[in-house]
Design a binder for this molecule. Structure first.
Ligand SMILES: [Zn+2]
Length: 307
């Protein structure tokens, strides 16, 4: 091998490294007029957008104005139409931080719980600073109960619903029947442990079963790679396995710390785990254990209802 060949190999490797470092968000067309935006920042949520000549609907807008700008730049490569609707799947900032950049005049669609969770901490802040926080929530169509609005964007139907408490108390899921696609919010993350808010693990699994029963081919997760039902099912099976193990061991009187040590989840060892977001096997076990404690507290290692 002469030095020129070595030089060109080195150049090629440098180019590959550069392209890895500069990896950008990816946009995938997943059906007629429908696109998945897969973020290149693990801390910022994915988005989904549906375009028509008269207006665009966007599901989730990323962590902050910078991430929102990246998303809007990608949307503008495809359509110049105004962003008229933004669905925030839940209140976590990484799903709504780009709202005012992506759609300054858009109507925000969310569950009632999401609105309350967004605005609750800010009332106090507003009083202190005199500033109005989350101004995009001035135009907010909320829904209570499980059935949200059905929208038509161009010729495509969009069904928004609340599956009950799951990742949070107020998750919204967006189903695109024409495109056989669904935007799950953080009810599903590809190949990863989720973070758990004060939702409901058992209802969460039921919500995933409900999604799996739909004729869906593309699943846009809250974070990470675009997925199909296969990855969705695997994630569902992880939660179900965790639920079963925690409930069984707790039923035998084991304390949480012992349960966390005894968990057998090697089938899911490739799942990402993020201690900084409390998104590990142990954190997920603790969250579910906490839900069970809340429902059926124990006294002296025995179930309260055994007394
Ligand atoms: Zn979340």
């Amino acid at each position: 091998m002469n030095s020129r060949t070595l030089d060109s190999i080195a150049g090629f490797i440098a180019l590959c490294l550069l392209s890895i470092c500069a990896s950008a968000a990816s946009v995938h067309k997943i059906g007629p007029d429908l696109y998945a935006y897969i973020s290149d920042n693990d801390s910022s949520a994915n988005s989904t957008f549906l375009i028509s000549d008269r207006g665009i609907l966007v599901v989730d807008t990323g962590l902050n104005s910078q991430e929102g700008r990246k998303l809007l730049d990608e949307i503008r490569k495809i359509s110049p139409a105004p962003v008229r609707w933004i669905v925030n799947t839940h209140y976590h900032p990484d799903h709504r931080g780009g709202n005012s950049v992506v759609g300054p005049d858009a109507v925000i669609i969310s569950t009632y719980e999401t609105r309350m969770a967004v605005l609750r901490p800010q009332h106090q802040q507003d009083a202190e600073t005199g500033q109005q926080a989350a101004p995009e929530y001035q135009l907010n169509e909320v829904f209570a109960g499980t059935r949200g609005p059905v929208l038509f964007v161009g010729e495509h139907e969009v069904q928004i619903y609340h599956p009950g408490p799951a990742h949070t108390m107020g998750d919204a899921v967006v189903y695109f029947p024409d495109q056989h696609a669904i935007a799950s919010g953080d009810l599903f993350l590809t190949n990863s442990c989720p973070a758990m808010d004060n939702g409901d693990m058992e209802n969460w699994i039921a919500a995933l079963d409900q999604m799996l029963a739909l004729p869906v081919e593309h699943v846009v997760p809250g974070h990470f790679e675009l997925a199909t039902k296969n990855e969705l099912r695997r994630f569902r099976n992880y939660l179900a396995e965790l639920r079963d193990q925690v409930a069984r061991m707790r039923g035998h009187g084991l304390p949480l710390e012992r349960i966390q040590k005894l968990l057998m989840l090697s089938a899911f060892k490739t799942f990402r785990q993020y201690p900084q977001y409390e998104a590990t096997f142990k954190d997920n076990a603790a969250a579910y254990y906490g839900q069970l404690e809340h429902r059926r507290p124990r006294r002296n290692g025995r179930k309260a209802d055994e007394h």
